[in-house]
Design a protein. Structure first.
Length: 193
């Protein structure tokens, strides 16, 4: 028999506080799973899995909903800020798509409409660059970002925290992309393994 459980609490802290038994923890094989916002490249595959499961439970044939996500949908999914619900947000999105299809909305329209309902454009636009007609939040706040970057001596973690303390919700990965694009931060060479 195999038992799997999860916690949002640090295991060591729970043991120290007496909420978890140390002898139980000693017998566990622990696996840390990073939050979805820390592994955005997985978002499209996770969403496709969640959507397939929701479609099956709703009795909707897979052929009714597009099997391939278009580039705009993938971008919206990847740039969304998953701090509020993690995978549950994707499950909610899949449920909204299923409800729209069951109500007779064409599947090719249900996906973008559900995205608009569940992940408003303003939040997605703040999370990363978009090549839309209007400049992104990063471009609009370029001077604040570059000034803050110099204040923290080039630390992206501290930059993200500093900007958040000033009311901006910018993603560290996209901060890096824009700072490199603007020539403020040198592009780092990728390691070859």
């Amino acid at each position: 028999m195999r038992v799997v459980f999860g916690t949002n609490e640090r295991v060591e802290a729970a043991v120290a506080a007496g909420r978890l038994a140390h002898d139980l923890v000693a017998r566990l094989h622990r696996v840390a799973v990073p939050a979805l916002r820390e592994r955005r490249a997985d978002v499209p595959a996770v969403f496709q899995h969640v959507l397939d499961r929701a479609l099956a439970s709703s009795g909707i044939r897979g052929a009714e909903v597009p099997r391939q996500l278009d580039a705009a949908t993938v971008e919206r999914l990847c740039l969304h800020d998953y701090r509020e619900g993690n995978v549950r947000e994707l499950e909610n999105l899949a449920a909204v798509i299923c409800a729209r299809v069951l109500q007779g909305e064409p599947a090719d329209r249900a996906v973008p409409a559900a995205l608009e309902d569940c992940a408003p454009t303003e939040r997605a636009a703040e999370a990363g660059p978009s090549e839309a007609a209007s400049p992104s939040a990063y471009e609009r706040h370029r001077s604040e970002i570059t000034a803050a970057f110099h204040e923290v001596d080039g630390s992206l973690s501290r930059l993200e925290e500093l900007l958040r303390s000033r009311g901006f919700s910018f993603n560290r990965r996209w901060l890096s992309v824009f700072l490199e694009r603007w020539g403020v931060r040198r592009k780092r060479a990728r390691r070859r393994e």
